[in-house]
Write a protein that binds this ligand. Structure first.
Ligand code: FA5
Length: 352
């Protein structure tokens, strides 16, 4: 029975379940030692077989019991270890989940659009890559005219480009990144007949040095109202309503004459910010220049459309969205908006 003692000792010391399985196969498996012994019984006499058989059965039971015991021990040990290692401290503070947030410029843009929607304006958008004709020529800014220098331009390389016009027609010519949202005035007028009121939010580009209040990429909101009898008074009224909606009943508006080729008379306008006690220069405005209406009707003619802008007048304005957002959110430098710093952007996201 020395073999038995050895076997029991080996089982009791089996380091893991795999070693235990190997031991089981060695003693009790199909070709195991005990199985072989059992087979050998056949060669014994009846008397010997009985005795030896009983002993082997006892041995088998002892081995099975030892194997089961060791298996239980190993499983318990594994469980204990897992519990120890994978322990969770349920008293630790949880991880905060953040929802996405809208960019401050998007928030400001939406607020502005909402204000004008309430006044009956429709919001439309236009392409950022524009044709020279829509960004300049049709707006009464011919090539070589000094007024072009008002907008330092990013030109797309090469000649002979084409882009879709207001009605999807192909327009050939030099391409640029629009320097203002005003080209949408032309596109919209070509494709629609007055009366109408629109605002055009969008991104614009200027080949400019940046500083705390100037970016090369920024956003504007264009407004255009055309119809019979539209006057400068309507323009003042629109900007006044904007001031009231933004800064309440104590806000005021101010207009000063200024030159833009596509309006006559032209003005720059400012809104009184009661909280900060200062005037905010917001943008340019004026009455749509007759040359612009003529350029639009001439373009309509090339598309086979009848003239639509004889006998109407209109006003237009264009304001910078970043300047307003800087005040709204207390942002000291315009370059933070698109500097791509998470620390800045994270201030505008929601928390779940
Ligand atoms: C224009 O772009 C004209 N299209 C505005 C206009 C529309 C006049 C319709 C008449 C009728 P201006 O270049 O001044 O004008 O720009 C308008 C506003 O955009 C400025 O008042 C300012 O608020 C903002 N802006 C201009 N340049 C920058 C810049 N580099 N960075 C940030 N905001 C700017």
């Amino acid at each position: 029975m020395r073999e038995l003692e050895e076997a029991l000792a080996a089982i009791a010391k089996a380091p893991d379940l795999e070693a235990l399985r190997a031991l089981k196969a060695r003693y009790l498996g199909k070709k195991g030692l005990l199985t072989e012994e059992m087979k050998a019984l056949a060669r014994l006499s009846l008397e010997e077989r009985k005795e030896r058989g009983r002993a082997l059965n006892a041995l088998k039971e002892a081995l099975e019991e030892a194997l089961a015991k060791r298996a239980r021990e190993l499983e318990e040990e594994a469980l204990r270890k897992a519990l120890e290692e994978e322990r969770q401290d349920v008293s630790l503070p949880g991880v905060r989940l953040f929802a996405g947030g809208l960019h401050p410029i998007t928030l400001m843009e939406r607020e502005l659009v909402q204000i004008f929607r309430a006044l009956g304006y429709q919001a439309v958008e236009g392409p950022e890559v524009e044709g020279e004709f829509f960004n300049f020529d049709a707006l009464n800014i011919p090539e070589h005219h000094p007024a072009r220098d008002m907008w330092d331009t990013f030109w797309l390389e090469g000649e002979g480009h084409s882009l879709p016009g207001p009605l999807g027609e192909e327009v050939r010519g030099r391409l640029l990144l629009r320097t203002h949202t005003s080209p949408m005035q032309v596109r919209y007028m070509v494709a629609h007949t007055p009366p109408f009121r629109i605002v055009v939010p969008g991104r614009v580009f200027r080949f400019e040095q940046t500083d705390a209040t100037h970016e090369a990429v920024f956003h504007q909101l264009e407004g255009l109202v055309v119809g019979e009898g539209i006057s400068m008074a309507h323009l003042k009224g629109a900007i006044y309503e904007l001031a009231q909606a933004l800064y309440g009943p104590h806000s005021r508006v101010r207009f000063q004459p200024v030159y833009f080729p596509f309006v006559e008379p032209g003005a720059q306008f400012a809104i009184w910010w009661p909280e900060g006690k200062k005037w905010l220069e917001l943008g340019g405005a004026g009455m749509v220049h007759p040359q612009v209406f003529q350029a639009v009707d001439a373009y309509r003619k090339t598309l086979g459309l009848p003239p639509a802008y004889e006998g109407v007048t209109g006003f237009a304005f264009g304001l910078g969205i970043e300047r307003l957002a800087m005040l709204r959110y207390g942002i000291p430098d315009i370059r933070y908006f698109f500097g791509g710093r998470l620390k800045f952007l994270e201030q505008f996201r929601g928390v779940l």
